[in-house]
Design a protein around this ligand. Structure first.
Ligand SMILES: Nc1ncnc2c1ncn2[C@@H]1O[C@H](COP(=O)(O)OP(=O)(O)OP(=O)(O)O)[C@@H](O)[C@H]1O
Ligand SMILES: [Mg+2]
Length: 233
């Protein structure tokens, strides 16, 4: 489904990502872990079209999408739940969701709103509340639901559990589990490495802009040489 090959992305003279290779197959849940500044957000941003890579190729469902515009990528089925959620705090829950569904047909948008209200009871209860009044956990669910409104075939999430109380971290991982059970394809950046390795089919470890390891959760959790990286995260 997604193939990233030799991807390099720079900020000025700094290579935040160097020669990265990554693959996500249909129906897979793939984790991306690594310490602060490793280049995780840069990698997701490059895939989602928010950053233009300096070298390498990104292919999605067989199409070369390197450097494509974010809206085009969204229409082709690739959605990102950004770091720090970035919901629209002055708009209601419903309005945030509608914006998430701008790229789908009116009929699909209506059906998806019903689906989100059913799947996220917390949001249904605050449907006409301004998103600025949501708790951190509710806001994160809204960010995920908003991304689902675009009918993505690949959903990417950047640190969905960041800054949440432990009980809400559980809610996020339960949600990842249920998306996985529903057959969704996910690429998830998480600093909570051990929990991500538990839920992921496979994961990649990023350090200082480079992919330093790849494997199943079980394989990676046994790699003592990566222990510092996990603890650092
Ligand atoms: N807009 C920017 N301008 C310059 N340098 C940047 C910019 N964004 C990120 N960087 C640098 O690029 C490197 C990778 O950053 P990135 O945000 O991708 O890391 P990350 O793995 O997502 O980290 P975190 O866990 O803190 O979110 C870091 O050294 C960071 O300082
Ligand atoms: Mg980041």
């Amino acid at each position: 489904m997604l193939d990233v090959s030799g991807l390099t992305t720079k900020y000025g003279a700094i290579s935040a990502l160097r020669d990265a290779n990554l693959h996500v197959g249909a129906g897979e849940v793939v984790g991306l872990i690594g310490p602060n500044g490793a280049g995780k957000t840069t990698l997701l941003g490059s895939i989602a079209g928010l950053l233009v890579p300096d070298a390498g190729t990104i292919s999605f469902n067989g199409n070369n999408i390197t450097g494509a515009a974010p809206e085009k990528l969204l229409r082709s089925g690739l959605a990102l739940v950004p770091e720090h959620r970035r919901i629209f705090v002055d708009l209601t829950v419903e309005e945030n969701l509608k914006i998430g569904g701008v790229t789908v047909s009116n009929a699909d948008r209506t059906a998806l709103l019903d689906e989100m209200a059913e799947q996220f009871p917390v949001l249904r209860d605050k449907w006409t509340t301004s998103a600025g009044f949501l708790s951190g956990g509710e806001a994160q669910q809204l960010a995920i639901a908003r991304a689902l409104m675009s009918k993505p075939t690949l959903l990417m999430m950047d640190e969905p559990s960041l800054g949440l109380a432990p009980v809400l971290v559980d809610v996020v991982f339960d949600l990842i589990e249920s998306l996985r059970a529903a057959g969704r394809t996910l690429l998830v950046v998480e600093q909570n490495a051990s929990r991500m390795l538990d839920v992921a089919d496979r994961a990649y470890v990023l350090r200082s802009g480079e992919v330093v390891a790849e494997g199943t959760g079980t394989e990676l959790s046994q790699r003592e040489d990566l222990f510092d990286t996990f603890i650092g995260g």
